[in-house]
Ligand binder design. Structure first.
Ligand code: ADP
Length: 403
């Protein structure tokens, strides 16, 4: 900040493979280190940079936008004046550039928009006088975009998995040069709802890899008799579209211990999966993530070198983990001042990530009930004043907890 002569709240341009902009803020004293800046996940995507990448930054200025056009990224929306005003208020003051993607939180649900046009070009800020247009049709070019910042309480696991999964998918040349084969399989185990599927999605998104999902019980039952062929097809598709991650949820259903696999069919399916895993080694670029709640019940042959030879326990979060997850799932929610997330996290002993996510949603829904008397249900749309006055209070979280 000293070098660029910027102060908190100033705007900088951030140049990675794309150029975007951000507001400057000092990091905490204990997080300071020379030549390192922290960038939130959304800005990181907008500048096309991964963690630990090198970006250029410089001081920038913004103009007030005369007009801005937004296109919803995933869902089509009903656009009317109330909705447009609401979005405009949420974006007021934020520096944006043409081509960026931005999220707007609407009571716990995030809606993503692409900024398809701004006038003037370059960095602009939306204010009262800006003419905002939101297109009703979604752009439809969405690739699910999730970042490491959306996973709470698993910092160590993510760090290790970035090396094992992201690095070989993004830089296979490193491994060729060193003459080592990257791991082709990683096993994630732990109770349901703690983030195994989420991690797979995030790794695929951050590695810019395609994700192919297999659900163990489903592929065994729905394709009974054709399970092996189906597995071969998915592995082939993953290779043809590499870099890829194949995510096999509830892998214990496909590859139970052989003494537990009664029929010949089951045995053949296990053998097929092993053969497909072995076939990956020479090509690289495809990594298989298996997930299970019952690591002790999978075929030990699966855990041999060259197959699922790295394992991570994804366990129920502790106090710090729960706080991180609470912060993630209340991000953008209008949480009232009487809610101390740290205290709340301490009370949620035993909650998984999925439990915390649903708690936050429930609390938001409870808060709506408090506003019902103010809402005129006869009119089709709720006024943006009411929407903006809404807050989620501690009592809403307690109500949601005790349901
Ligand atoms: P699993 O695959 O372990 O059963 P999921 O990844 O499907 O669990 O978790 C379900 C949802 O719960 C996720 O999509 C996410 O919204 C939330 N969640 C679970 N664990 C975490 C976590 N560690 N951090 C943030 N959100 C989480």
């Amino acid at each position: 900040m000293d070098q660029l002569k910027v102060t908190p709240g100033d705007i900088i341009e951030v140049m990675g493979s794309r150029t975007s902009c951000a507001v400057v803020w000092p990091v905490d004293e204990d997080e300071k280190s020379p030549d390192i800046i922290r960038i939130d996940g959304q800005t990181r995507k907008n500048v096309g940079a991964s963690l630990n990448d090198i970006v250029k930054i410089r001081k920038a200025t913004s103009k007030i936008a005369k007009s801005v056009v937004l296109i919803p990224v995933n869902d089509s929306v009903t656009v009317d004046k109330e909705f447009t005003d609401f979005v405009k208020n949420r974006l007021k003051g934020l520096p944006i550039t043409h081509g960026d993607e931005i999220s707007v939180m609407i009571l716990g649900n995030s809606m993503d928009f692409k900024i398809s046009k701004t006038s003037p070009k370059h960095i602009v800020k939306i204010d009262r006088s800006t003419i905002l247009t939101i297109s009703a049709e979604a752009s439809g070019d969405r690739k699910s975009r999730v970042t490491y910042e959306e996973v709470g309480g698993l910092g160590h696991e993510i760090k290790a998995m970035r090396e094992i999964v992201e690095l070989p998918l993004k830089h296979p040349e490193l491994f060729v040069r060193l003459g080592v084969e990257p791991h082709s399989g990683v096993l994630l185990y732990g109770p349901p709802g703690c983030g195994k599927t989420l991690i797979a999605k995030v790794l695929a998104s951050e590695s810019e890899a395609n994700m192919f999902s297999i659900n163990g019980p489903e592929i065994m039952n729905k394709y009974y008799g054709e399970t092996e062929a189906k597995l071969r097809d998915i592995f082939k598709e993953a290779k043809d579209n590499s870099p890829s991650i194949i995510f096999i949820d509830e892998i214990d259903a496909i590859a139970p211990k052989r003494e537990e696999a009664y029929g010949d069919v089951e045995k053949r399916v296990v053998a097929q999966l092993l053969a497909l895993m072995d076939g990956l080694n020479d090509r690289g670029n495809v990594i298989v993530l298996g997930a299970t709640n019952r690591p002790e019940s999978i075929d030990p042959a699966l855990r041999r070198p060259g197959r699922f030879d790295r394992e991570f326990e994804i366990s129920v979060p502790n106090d710090d983990g729960r706080l991180e997850i609470l912060i993630i799932h209340t991000r953008g929610m209008p949480v009232a001042d009487d809610v101390d997330l740290k205290d709340l996290a301490a009370e949620l002993h035993g909650y998984t990530g999925a439990d915390i996510k649903s708690l936050c949603r429930e609390a938001a829904l409870k808060s709506i009930r408090r506003y019902l008397p103010e809402i005129d249900l006869e009119t089709e749309k709720i006024s943006s004043e009411v929407l903006e006055s809404m807050q989620i209070k501690l009592i809403d979280f307690y109500d949601a907890m005790h349901d």
